[in-house]
Design a protein around this ligand. Sequence first.
Ligand SMILES: [Zn+2]
Length: 174
Amino acid sequence: MSVKIKEYPGHGLSKDEFKAAMKEFWRPNAKYAWAAGIAVSRFLEELKNGRIIGRKCRKCGRILVPPRMFCERCFRPTDEWVYVKDTGRINTYSISYIAADRRELEEPLIVAVIEIDGASPGMGILHFVKGVNIEDAKAGRLFGMRVQAVWKPPEQRTGSIRDIEYFRPITGVY
Ligand SMILES: [Zn+2]
């Protein structure tokens, strides 16, 4: 039996409700390490050099970004490293008024899945988009937009996805 939802309960938080919900602050004493594995380790190392790398599966021809050592479609190991571009297209995005540390933001962040040029369709990197008009974002006009990575200066890169500061619209297109 299926249940049809006629009306969605709930509403966006008011300023007071937001404050009430965010009043608990904890400083957890958690330290953790995560082994990135062969594919992601190389991916992060290449970011430090200002390059995005993927893995190609010769059987299905797909280029996986971020790279994986195993093709889940062909059920076999992937074959080779392939450099892709630092440009792409916004596949989907969300407008966030809450920062990662739960602060309320006056200037919202746009978080997007970027399909990277040279990677196969459906492959994407989650990142920030800046330099766009927020009204365009609200109206859904960023879908499919061409963007390019803005890199940190080489001496500030650490081998992290944040070595790319954000993606911006490609000049002349937006
Ligand atoms: Zn494959």
